[in-house]
Design a protein around this ligand. Sequence first.
Ligand SMILES: [Zn+2]
Ligand SMILES: [Zn+2]
Length: 322
Amino acid sequence: MHSPLSIRFWGTRGSFPVGTSRAALREHMVEAVHLAEGKPLKSRAEAEAFIDTIFPGTIPRFFGNNTSCVEILDDDADTHIFCDAGSGLCDAGQYWVDHGASSGATYHLFITHLHWDHIQGFPFFPQIYIPGNRIIVHGFHENLEHAFRLQMSAPFFPVPFDALKASIAFEVHTPGVPFEVAGYTVHSIEQKHPGLSYGYRFEKAGKSIVYSTDSEHLEGVEEAGYPFVEFFKGTDVLIFDGMYSADDDAPKLEWGHSSSMMGVELAHRAQAKHLVLFHHDPTRTDEELEQSLSHAQNYAADCDYDYPQDISASYDGWELNL
Ligand SMILES: [Zn+2]
Ligand SMILES: [Zn+2]
């Protein structure tokens, strides 16, 4: 039971899925063996208990492989809410197959934009092959349905869209006009990104979650009336495009992404409670992502900011309770 709300991060990488390299795995294993020195680990159970104390913890976290997919959970077991359909959606779908999601459940997919890393999990989402399931894809791009059909057409994919067994609908909404879905009030905002993207704000039971990825903040960001400050206002959780860190040599202007420092600044101005860095650069190692998070936390501490009250870096498999 998830009460009142929680968020599960299934995919937190940007651009493309990454594999776990042998070098990264080795690094984690060496660190774990080093920390285990002198500990009497005589059984598998003791080894597991020991690993649970350090992971995630003193060794760098394993940030994970999948592209964008975030699930919002509440106590309604038959209605599922996902933000974006990157490769994380495949793991999410398999999880719900294994954990007894009934056929006949409804899955709402809120899509920020149609770049591949945000829709590539859909053809492998097991729920689309199960009769009785309802899938509703929400978005703002006029070609929303076309893009989903196109990526499942020859020569890209073997199963045509029309062969899917679930009932699948597309709802193209008007940016900035709130709508209601499964007891949530959903607000939206147009974001600066090649081909445009859209941020979402979900409100329910006095709580709010903002999902704002693939969004660059340039023109007008210094101004008092910058619309994103209002959009993020007082939110409990701000999931933010923190693709770049302070360590990047040159900011990638016009690439349509943002930085962890920009996240801190906007969260501060909007009095957002918890800033969650998201859409990690796929070329970054676990250690580099840990450092990027520390820099953002130190920066906020140095500035003596009251908000954000917490700063986290999301990782695949993380569940955050509100
Ligand atoms: Zn992306
Ligand atoms: Zn994009």
